[in-house]
Design a protein around this ligand. Sequence first.
Ligand SMILES: Cc1ncc(COP(=O)(O)O)c(C=O)c1O
Length: 346
Amino acid sequence: MGFIDLRSDTVTQPTDKMREAMFNAQVGDDVYGDDPTINELEAYAAELTGKEAAMFVPSGTFGNQVCIMTHCRRGDEVLLGENCHIMIHEVGAAAALSGVQLRTLKDKDGEFIISELQEKLRGEDIHFPDTGLICMESAHSTGKVPSLLNIKAVHDIAKEHNIPMHLDGARLFNAAEYLNVDVKEISKYFDTITFCLSKGLCAPVGSIVVGSKDFIVRAKKNRKRMGGGLRQAGFLAAAGLVALKEMRGHLKEDHKNAKLLGELLSQIPGVKVNLEDIHINMVFFDMKETGVNSDDIVRFFYDKLVKISSDENGIMRFVTNYWVTEKDIYYVFETFKEAVKALKEE
Ligand SMILES: Cc1ncc(COP(=O)(O)O)c(C=O)c1O
């Protein structure tokens, strides 16, 4: 038995079909625009999201940052959630690369408080930066999916003020699956979206930016500036096409397994899981009351061939993915019970 890996959905290996598609891919030089497989992937992604154009980028972080660079001028202000990936996990790139100022809004599970958004929009004043962009995130890093109602309310205000909207949709298809809507029902509220091929969809590398034709032309120039002009990238796009055509449908299994895992874990005394909060493939829980140290449980699990991450601020996160089966979920549950028993006795 190999490892069961619950650290993230970024750990997913490519499927056999992806490997085969990569081996057989027709490629060209994408900086010249003549890689047929990249062109096919970009056209497919644009159509899927109801946008005019798309662009392949090396990562989700790259996609978000190239969008910020393309939407904004130096000194502009970007409004975004205080807990979102761009704010917390992109190494200050928005300041370093685009020279923008980030201004945060409370973002409980990805939703904004409309009155706060209104307060933080800048009026015209010689002292004020221009608000260059509003960014939302869905699914949110808390594993929850903001409602379309909240997104629409933010969108309406953004449009009223003529401010573009960007979505960090690293897990856009998980969000659509949770909401049980076509992805266009989410994408229609945003001028640009980044989504990832290399998370739950299992592609080895890559993300996509979608937007208007004019935006993508400008973003391609910035992608080149950022060192993201890839050459025979069709090998990666070939896997990306399999991800988009064949793997989206599997996400519901990941969500089902996450729910099951949450339900099982909640039966363990001292483990607190809010089952309502399991929207996608992420299970967050608090295990402090088991009396077991989270670093110890990481080591225990590793010895049982399960990779997990330690807690962040006292909260543990398990993430299901394509390579984690229902049988694995029961194994994890049994291992957890064993771990609590063994580590408490130490
Ligand atoms: C919400 C969100 N946005 C963006 C990213 C960045 O993706 P990447 O790791 O490909 O840069 C991640 C990565 O986990 C993410 O969870």
